[in-house]
Write a protein that binds this ligand. Structure first.
Ligand SMILES: *[C@@H]1O[C@H](CO)[C@@H](O)[C@H](O)[C@H]1NC(C)=O
Ligand SMILES: *[C@@H]1O[C@H](CO)[C@@H](O)[C@H](O)[C@H]1NC(C)=O
Ligand SMILES: *[C@@H]1O[C@H](CO)[C@@H](O)[C@H](O)[C@H]1NC(C)=O
Length: 320
């Protein structure tokens, strides 16, 4: 999947990475969740989904004509399609594909909350949680890498060494290889630190507590603004500079208190390890098989989700 997409981009002129990555992430995730077959599907569901996302944070006025109303209608349609897929699988087991939906169907017998109405919502929610965050993070990765050629060079050294050590040069990436990607992990951490995909985390105060002389009463909702911590110049010198090497000097205690891209505690994001794995795998294929340069764009703004103005236009070239 990642290979096919990159190969395809390399045959074209400059592509807007935000756009092509969103489609790639959607097709990939929707395939893992409910067996969506992008290549043979009549509908471009990634476009439906992007539409829902674009009007998701809008004034909640549910009357015809508002973008909120439109968004709710589109969401209903999507949920109905997901429910139809579920019903189809339930009535015809030969349609099984070993994806998330099949797992949910198997678990319906033991888990009471997995009802025919809840599973479509769950699939919609998981798509939602992974789509926007993964595509934004991958797009930002291109911004940082194309503006920091030294980082790309060092990544290439690490990944070419991994490929060289393989007995069979055509074998895929292994778990051991993934664990050995020290510099890549620094690049991933640095990307997550600067991107701050969620603008903050919400927690409920279980008992009264004091902050700088103020009392926060039990029951209040507290918003922890993670960007303020992850861009604190006392912990991260020149905080907005993309510098993966800074991670060499950070100890685990400092990291755990000042870096929480996936939240923390028992409510940590369930997709944390998955996201890091996808990012690392993508980087592996990208730097070993392709070179790329930014042609134009790269402006980023926050409203409050991250958006990319005129996009980031990248020219990909296959390496030999
Ligand atoms: C994604 O799916 C659409 C159809 O839904 C297809 O036209 C497109 O080529 C697919 N793109 C990728 C990158 O897989
Ligand atoms: C996707 O969008 C198209 C075009 O607006 C629409 O015809 C189709 O019904 C939508 N499909 C779903 C599942 O929402
Ligand atoms: C990256 O961050 C994680 C915490 O999310 C930390 O455990 C790990 O040591 C960091 N990696 C590097 C190379 O600093």
């Amino acid at each position: 999947m990642l290979h096919t997409n990159l190969a395809n981009w390399a045959t074209q002129g400059p592509v807007d990475v935000k756009q092509v990555i969103s489609v790639m992430v959607f097709n990939f995730t929707a395939n893992k969740i409910f067996g969506y077959d992008a290549a043979n599907s009549k509908e471009k569901l990634s476009e439906n989904y992007t539409k829902i996302l674009n009007s998701f944070i809008s004034l909640p006025l549910n009357i015809p004509g508002t973008s909120f109303h439109k968004c709710m209608k589109d969401r209903e349609k999507m949920l109905k399609m997901l429910k139809d897929t579920l019903m189809e699988r339930l009535s015809d087991p030969s349609k099984r594909r070993g994806d998330f939906l099949d797992q949910a169907i198997d678990d319906m017998k033991t888990e009471k909350f997995l009802t025919e109405d809840f599973i479509p919502q769950l699939m919609f929610g998981i798509l939602f949680a992974s789509f926007e965050s993964m595509s934004t993070t991958l797009t930002l990765t291109f911004k940082f890498l194309s503006e920091n050629p030294r980082v790309v060079e060092e990544l290439r050294v690490e990944h070419e060494a991994i490929v060289k050590k393989r007995e069979n040069p055509n074998s895929g990436l292994t778990w051991e290889e993934y664990r050995s990607m020290t510099f890549t992990q620094m690049v991933v951490n640095e990307t997550l630190r600067i991107s701050n995909i969620p603008p903050g985390l919400f927690r409920k105060a279980l008992k009264d507590f004091q902050v700088k002389g103020f009392t926060v009463p039990a029951g209040w909702t507290v918003m922890l603004v993670t960007p303020a911590v992850q861009l604190n110049p006392e912990t991260f010198k020149d905080p907005v500079t993309f510098n993966p090497w800074r991670w060499m000097d950070l100890d685990q205690v400092t990291i755990s208190k000042n870096f929480m891209p996936f939240g923390g505690g028992t409510r940590q994001c369930a997709g944390a390890e998955y996201s890091k794995l996808v990012l690392s795998t993508f980087l592996h294929i990208l730097v070993t098989d392709y070179s790329f340069t930014k042609v134009k764009g790269g402006d980023v703004s926050r409203t409050p989700i991250i958006s990319f103005g005129d996009g980031i236009h990248i020219k990909f070239t296959a390496r030999n």
